[in-house]
Each structure stands twice: as structure tokens, then as C-alpha cells.
Design a protein around this ligand. Sequence first.
Ligand SMILES: [Zn+2]
Length: 132
Amino acid sequence: MSPHGRAALVTWCAPAAFLAAVLGGVAVVFSRPLALLWVVLGALVVVPTGWVLVSALFPGKAERRCPACAGETLVRLDVRTTQGLGCRACGWRDESASAWLLAEEEGPLEEIVLAQRGRHGAGPMDSSRRSG
Ligand SMILES: [Zn+2]
């Protein structure tokens, strides 16, 4: 299924899913199941812990697939910034797209971040030039 078809399917199914969630909540309130309390409390512990573990063990990777031609050909438009993506194959461009993960994979980010802040050569622990 294409990304547009998937998005359209989610858009059409979202109101029904929200209505089902509300009806499910009403059914839970009226039936008062005590076991559900422990399930919810367990989920409140397990889900955040699992999220942290998965995020730590499987860090994000840069998406290099072009949204226009679906080739693995995305590159940063400007190597001095972390914004702007372009496709080498079809010429697609997005100047406002984040290229942070691509820049992170391609080298150290400190020089780019310091250059964008206008603080060339500053150390990592220095304070701002502005007082107060
Ligand atoms: Zn492309």
C-alpha cells in the first residue's frame, strides 16, 4: 500500500476508532472491573520503561528515502546546516526539512551547531557571551 493510501485509510478510520475508544471507556466505567486497575497500573510502568529501553537499544536512523521518487538518494542541501534535504536522483528539495539525523551520521555536530549560533571556536562548557 502506498504512503498516500495508508494515510487516507488512517484518516477515514480515525473517527470510528475514537468513537470505539469512547464507547469502550463508557463500558469500563459502568462495569467497574477491579482487575483492569492492575492492568492499567502495570501498563503505566511497563510502557515507559519499554520505551526507554527500545530507544536506548535501537537509536533512530536517518531516513534517506526520497518522498518523491522513493530512492535512497536524500542528501543535505548545505553541509553547514542541519536543515534542508534534496534528492540526487529526481531533484526534489525541501529547504525546511530537518537533516539532523543525516548530519549526525555524517560527522560531528558541534561545529555546525556552534556556527549556527554564531559562536565559532567556542568550547563546550563556555557560557553565553551575553551577560545576565
Ligand atoms: Zn527523489
